[in-house]
Design a binder for this molecule. Structure first.
Ligand code: GAR
Length: 191
């Protein structure tokens, strides 16, 4: 029997990817969600965690910058994989070094395009449309010291159609995320 794997998620927003990942692994006794870490106590993900009975840990900017307490908490959770699911702050270098090749992110565009500071959520879709792109997509990648520049694990594309709005594009992108992010996580955990 394969050993149990622990996952930890980081989220800042609505948390629909957190919920999707939690439902994907709900019946899988090999995977335990040890914690959802959130930097925004007013975010939608907080209510989702309560409803889904997921262990939630909130932290503020000083705690994130000081980092020691957070690293201590993370080590105690013994994560096999740390999953960023709509987490908006840059991961500090010390955290990357503490968990080499164990932190992954999903970005709602085709990196290296439309990544970096300030490029999150709807801002990304607005920029993609403003630039006149014919397609967009998702990128799952390892997190390294540089924003949105770690090794790419998977990219999937969507076609941008006539009259596309940031909202309609976000809907298409979310669909791709729900389909592929749990699969990538499962592959990384179990090969
Ligand atoms: C997702 O589309 C994710 O790709 C994006 O935030 C959204 C969160 O949605 N992440 C970034 O933009 C990171 N730069 P959710 O809170 O409903 O899962």
């Amino acid at each position: 029997m394969q050993s149990q794997k622990n996952i930890v998620l980081f989220a800042s927003g609505s948390g629909s990817n957190v919920e999707n990942i939690a439902s994907f692994f709900r019946e899988d006794s090999r995977v335990r969600i040890k914690g959802v870490l959130c930097n925004n106590p007013g975010a939608g993900v907080v209510d989702r965690c309560k409803r889904l009975k997921l262990p939630l840990f909130c932290f503020n900017r000083p705690a994130f910058q000081e980092l020691d307490g957070l690293l201590h908490l993370l080590r105690g959770l013994e994560p096999d994989l740390i999953i960023l699911a709509g987490f908006l702050w840059k991961i500090p270098e010390d955290m990357v070094r503490a968990f080499p090749q164990k932190i992954i992110n999903i970005h709602p565009a085709l990196l290296p395009g439309f990544g970096g500071k300030g490029m999150y959520g709807m801002h990304v879709h607005e920029a993609v449309l403003k630039h006149g792109e014919k397609e967009s997509g998702i990128t799952v990648h390892f997190v390294n010291e540089a924003y949105d520049q770690g090794a790419i694990i998977l990219q999937e594309k969507v076609v941008i159609t006539e009259g596309e709005t940031p909202e309609s594009l976000a809907g298409k992108i979310h669909k791709l995320e729900y389909k592929h992010y749990p699969e990538v996580i499962s592959n990384l955990l179990f090969g």
